[in-house]
Write a protein that binds this ligand. Structure first.
Ligand code: SF4
Ligand code: SF4
Length: 357
């Protein structure tokens, strides 16, 4: 590692007491010390010093973190994020052609279609300087696309909805360690935002928001637009009474998407919406900044389905313990992964409770 300060940081992590592992969903779900944060840091330091012989084993461990940021949240150092070093490890794995099979398949689809899901139609609806970007994960969920469209129409707001085809934030390439490919996609998104003359971009997927807000600027790509999450947009519509809703009865449990809570610090807006709809919120034990990742779709952030399934099972159990009437989230991937609980997005919940006139 050229930067000695950075090497010192990850070395400190490798020598730490590893207490953050009790917040690490992959460690908790799989019970494997090898993939606890401190042990990952240790491997990174050993690799840097040329002490490792099992190259493939090293690369595989880099893809056994769900990149959720719980270790950053619970770290003893205020300016440390282990994921930065895991990301470097992923970049090496990508360059050396040592991606896990599922991640490799996702990248190949991306290369062929410009998105991780394969061929799809362009969505283009509405006009105005406010854009709603329909992410790859939201695109697949027709009920979600419909719910947002219904809310936007009822609100009278001028919103350009766009997505589908080869429009993507690039997160699949980022998490696969394809830094060059990701930067190109980020530049393409910048052109897309400029061509559409957008001053504000709303995204539903927390990862799209993280890419645009945090990772693009790290790569030297800055979008000249305000970047907001759908929950922030929807909470303001309710507050300004641009959308009127009927009060519901019952209890609701909200699952905080890890990236939204840990990286974007958005935990209040979704709860304001659920409370405004009349639900009593029943919090799971691990909630807000203590949330646990859902495991994310196979091959996206975790390179191994078996581990993703273990993380998912753990989160489902935690949520089920609240015995709520409704389970809610605000990430299309979380909704799909946690489908066993019939999780709804906050947008769908609003759409169901909308009053006309
Ligand atoms: S991420 Fe922070 S708390 Fe966790 S092992 Fe590393 S230095 Fe320690
Ligand atoms: S990012 Fe999440 S899964 Fe990865 S080591 Fe940190 S806490 Fe564990």
């Amino acid at each position: 590692m050229k930067d000695k300060k950075e090497l010192q940081k990850v070395t400190n992590c490798a020598l730490c007491a590893d207490m953050c592992k009790y917040s690490c969903p992959t460690y908790l779900a799989a019970g494997s010390e090898t993939i606890s944060p401190q042990k990952i840091a240790r491997l990174i330091v050993y690799e840097d010093k040329g002490l490792l012989e099992d190259r493939k084993g090293f690369c595989d461990v880099m893809f056994q973190s769900c990149m959720c940021g719980a270790c950053k949240r619970h770290c003893i150092y205020s300016d440390y994020d282990l994921r930065k070093f895991i990301q470097m490890g992923r970049s090496k794995a990508f360059k050396e052609g040592m991606l896990p099979d599922e991640t490799k398949k996702r990248v190949e689809t991306f290369m062929a279609y410009g998105n991780p899901n394969g061929e799809r139609k362009l969505i283009q609806k509405g006009m105005g300087t406010v854009g709603y970007f329909i992410s790859c994960s939201a695109y697949k969920d027709k009920a979600l696309v419909k719910a947002m469209d219904r809310i936007i129409s009822a609100s009278g707001e001028k919103v350009q909805q766009f997505g589908g085809a080869d429009i993507c934030c690039g997160a699949p390439l980022y998490y696969a360690g394809d830094t060059k490919g990701f930067k190109k996609v980020a530049q393409k998104m910048k052109r897309e935002v400029e061509r559409r003359r957008l001053g504000k971009v709303i995204t539903m997927c927390p990862n799209c928001l993280k890419m645009m807000r945090e990772v693009y600027p790290e790569m030297g790509v800055k979008l000249n637009a305000q970047l907001v999450h759908t929950t922030e947009f929807l909470a303001s519509l309710l507050k300004e009474k641009k959308v009127k809703v009927k009060k519901a009865r019952g209890t609701a449990t909200y699952h905080d998407p890890c990236i939204l809570a840990n990286d974007m610090d958005i935990t209040a807006a979704p709860r304001q919406i659920i409370a405004a709809l009349g639900y009593e919120i029943k919090e799971p034990v691990y909630t807000k900044e203590h949330t646990h990742c859902c495991g994310a779709p196979p091959g996206s952030r975790l390179g191994f389905s078996k581990l993703a399934d273990q993380v998912k099972a753990m989160r489902l159990n935690e949520l089920k313990q609240t015995h709520a009437d409704v389970y809610v989230s605000s990430c299309p991937s979380c909704k799909a992964v946690l489908s066993e609980l019939d999780v709804k997005d906050v947008a769908e919940l609003i759409s169901e409770h909308m009053r006309h006139g």
